[in-house]
Design a protein around this ligand. Structure first.
Ligand code: UTP
Length: 274
C-alpha cells in the first residue's frame, strides 16, 4: 500500500508571469478549483491520504486552502453556498497534510529530496499539480499504483509528444513490454531532436522507491545547474529498476498558458454536458 503522495510546489512558475508573481501557480483555478486540489483528489482516489507538500516563499495560500477558514465557514453555514465548500471539506476530512519548505529552488530533484523528511523510508507517489491529468477511466496515479502492485519498481508516467516538443521534457529510451508498460534503459533531460532517443516523454506523475533519496544525494547538478530527478532516475534505470507507463487519459500542461486554456475549455465543456 502506498499511502503518501509528495507535491513539489515550490517552483517560481516563470512561464506564467506576471500571474505567478505573488500567487502560487498551483493555486491557479481550472473553473472553480485550484490546480493542486485536482492533484490531491487524484492522490486520494489512488489510495494516498498522506499529502506531503514542498512549498516555498509566496506559497502560504496552499496551506490556507487545505485548512478551515472559521469566519468563512461561519458566514455560509446553512446557506445555499455551503455546497461550494463540499469538495474541499471532503479532502480536509479524509487526508492529513504536512509541509516543508524548499529554501532555494534548485530543481525538481532537489524539491523531492527536500520532501524526504515528510516521506521517510517507504515508496511514495509524486504529483506535479501543474500537469493536470484526467485518467480514463481511472485516475492516472491509480493506474500507476496497479502496476506497482504487480511489479514494485520506480514508475514514471509517459506520453508520446511531437518530436518538435521533446526539448521540453525528460525523454526515455525503453523496451516495450506490452500493455503500455516499458522497461526504461536510459533517460535524457530536455534533449535536442538529434539527441532524443524517441518521443516518449516523462510527465508529472511518479511512484518512487525510497532509495531515490540516497541516489539524489549523490547526483551531480545537471541541466540549468539544477538537481534533476531524471538524472537520479537514470541511475536506477541502469540497474533495471525503472518502469514507464503509457497511461490511459489526457494531460494538460497547466504551467503554460496554452495548456491552461485547453484544460479550462475541456472542464467547461464537461460541466456543460453534465
Ligand atoms: P517546472 O519545471 O514547471 O518549474 O517545475 P517551475 O519553476 O514551477 O515553472 P516555470 O518553468 O518557471 O514556469 C515542475 C514542478 O516542480 C516544482 C514546481 O513547483 C512544479 O510543480 N519545483 C520545481 C519545485 O518544487 N522546486 C524547484 O526548485 C523546481
Amino acid at each position: 500500500m502506498i499511502s503518501k503522495c509528495l507535491f513539489p510546489a515550490a517552483g517560481y512558475g516563470t512561464r506564467f508571469l506576471p500571474a505567478t508573481k505573488a500567487m502560487p501557480k498551483e493555486m491557479m483555478p481550472i473553473l472553480d478549483e485550484p490546480l493542486i486540489q485536482y492533484g490531491v483528489e487524484e492522490a486520494l482516489a489512488s489510495g494516498m491520504d498522506h499529502i506531503a507538500i514542498v512549498t516555498g516563499r509566496n506559497k502560504r495560500a496552499i496551506e490556507d486552502h487545505f485548512d478551515i477558514n472559521f469566519e468563512l465557514e461561519h458566514q455560509i453555514n446553512g446557506t445555499a453556498k455551503e455546497d461550494k465548500l463540499k469538495s474541499i471539506r471532503n479532502l480536509i476530512k479524509k487526508c492529513t497534510f504536512s509541509y516543508t519548505r524548499q529554501m532555494e529552488m534548485k530543481g525538481l530533484g532537489h524539491a523531492i529530496l527536500t520532501g524526504e523528511t515528510l516521506i521517510g523510508a517507504e515508496p511514495f507517489g509524486v504529483i506535479l499539480a501543474d500537469d493536470l491529468c484526467v485518467g480514463e477511466p481511472e485516475p492516472v496515479m491509480s493506474q500507476m499504483v496497479r502496476l506497482f502492485d504487480q511489479q514494485p519498481a520506480c514508475i514514471i508516467a509517459i506520453e508520446e509528444v511531437p518530436m518538435s516538443e521533446v526539448h521540453k521534457y525528460g525523454v526515455i529510451d525503453a523496451e516495450d513490454l506490452g500493455n503500455g508498460v516499458y522497461k526504461v534503459n536510459d533517460m535524457v533531460e530536455k534533449p535536442s531532436i538529434e539527441d532524443a532517443p524517441g518521443n516518449l516523454a516523462i510527465i508529472g506523475r511518479y511512484i518512487l522507491l525510497p532509495e531515490i533519496f540516497d541516489v539524489l544525494r549523490s547526483t551531480e547538478l545537471g541541466k540549468s545547474g539544477e538537481l534533476q530527478i531524471t538524472d537520479a532516475l537514470n541511475t536506477l534505470a541502469k540497474q533495471g529498476k525503472v518502469l514507464a507507463l503509457k497511461f490511459n487519459g489526457k494531460r494538460f500542461d497547466c504551467g503554460s498558458v496554452s495548456g491552461f486554456v485547453d484544460a479550462t475549455n475541456y472542464f467547461f465543456e464537461k460541466l456543460k454536458n453534465n
